[in-house]
Design a binder for this molecule. Structure first.
Ligand code: 5GP
Length: 349
């Protein structure tokens, strides 16, 4: 047994130090990025925020709304083949250009992908290979084989939280390593297994490893307010994936429940009992659920939330003197804090 005792940080442990800047208006801050990928051949400007591949977040409707802002959506994997074919078959300029096809590493996941790929004439540009634990050999082998077959698509894969495996995944063919074990809003992995890693440190360490190899990372999970998204980018994340922050909108899917005059939407983890009952006929006897279910007050159209996330990012850039999102991490100095938000009049949601 070993103990690592250097401090590891979460979003709540830091703030960004403001810096003198010559920037005029926040309206001039450019949030688009044009990445060149280590393996894939795709160059298109995007605002590198991604709606999570959860069935109460990553829907076709969400993709449509977010594509208007050049934001990406990881479409959840539970849509039937016919629906996925219809979506990814859209002609040029459609929202499918901003959408990830998501899959796991089972034979049936690959067969389904192959069918959609074939029937859309290779209309898929972004792929998200998602497993709860990205440390298994089976996962790395799958990624290698996938990359050999599909040399040109952008492959995002995870989740992991350490530099060693980030490097291994990039060398195996991944363009964007998805980083985060346990920070998610409806995740119970840390509670059920005791496993995890503070998210900001995971981002900083994995980004450093990835960038050394010409790879990219996506910080996934744990962002609760626009300021957390800023910190994820400030720590070196190239992309940031959001579940809870995009949940409960008109476009999010999720059952609507009326209770005492308020409208709620169901939101649950993809490893929760609710999701496993829906898609896998229940929780298998050998495992525990690692996600929970909740009801969130309905939030209306996602455009308003997008506005506040992008507004927060633009404003943060002007505070630290970054002309574009690309410069944010270079301009970031984190200060460690013990308290950051004054909640004397209640949570400021
Ligand atoms: P959030 O933005 O809500 O904090 O985190 C979203 C992320 O939580 C997802 O992208 C995914 O990585 C993770 N997640 C979603 N469902 C589950 C679950 O049931 N269990 C665990 N451990 N993580 C989940």
């Amino acid at each position: 047994m070993r103990i690592e005792s250097d401090v590891k940080l979460d979003f709540k442990d830091v703030l960004l130090r403001p810096k003198r800047s010559t920037l005029g208006s926040r309206a001039n801050v450019n949030l688009e990025r044009l990445y060149g990928f280590r393996h894939a051949r795709l160059e298109m400007p995007v605002v590198p925020v991604i709606a999570a591949n959860m069935d109460t977040v990553g829907t076709f409707e969400m993709a449509r709304a977010l594509a208007a802002h050049k934001i990406l959506t990881a479409i959840h994997k539970h849509y039937p083949v016919e629906d996925l074919v219809a979506f990814f078959n859209r002609q040029e300029a459609g929202e499918h250009r901003y959408a990830f096809y998501s899959l796991g590493i089972l034979a049936q996941d690959l067969e389904k992908f192959e069918e959609v790929w074939r029937r859309t004439g290779g209309g898929i540009r972004w792929v998200c290979i998602d497993v709860a634990n990205g440390y298994t050999e089976a996962f790395i082998d799958f990624v290698k084989r996938f990359r050999e077959r599909y040399p040109d698509v952008v492959v995002m894969a995870g989740n992991v939280v350490t530099a060693d495996i980030t490097e291994a995944l990039i060398l195996a063919g991944v363009d964007i390593v998805k980083v985060g074990i346990g920070p998610g809003s409806v995740c119970t992995t840390r509670k059920m297994t005791g496993v995890g890693y503070p998210q900001l440190s995971a981002i900083i360490e994995c980004a450093d490893a990835a960038h050394g190899l010409g790879g990219h990372i996506c910080g996934d999970g744990g962002c609760t307010v626009p300021g957390d998204v800023v910190k994820a980018f400030g720590g070196g994340s190239d992309f940031v994936m959001l579940g809870g922050m995009f949940a409960a909108h008109d476009e999010s899917g999720g059952e609507i429940v009326e209770h005492e005059g308020t409208t709620y939407r169901k939101f649950y983890g993809m490893s929760s009992e609710e999701a496993m009952t829906r898609y896998a006929g229940g929780v298998a006897r050998y495992r525990a659920s690692e996600g929970k279910s909740t009801m969130l007050p309905a939030r209306g159209p996602v455009d308003d939330t997008v506005q506040s996330i992008l507004g927060g990012l633009r404003s943060a850039c002007t505070y630290v003197g970054a002309r574009k999102l690309k410069d944010l991490s270079k301009c970031t100095t984190f200060v460690r804090v013990t308290q950051q938000i004054n909640e004397v009049f209640g949570p400021s949601d």
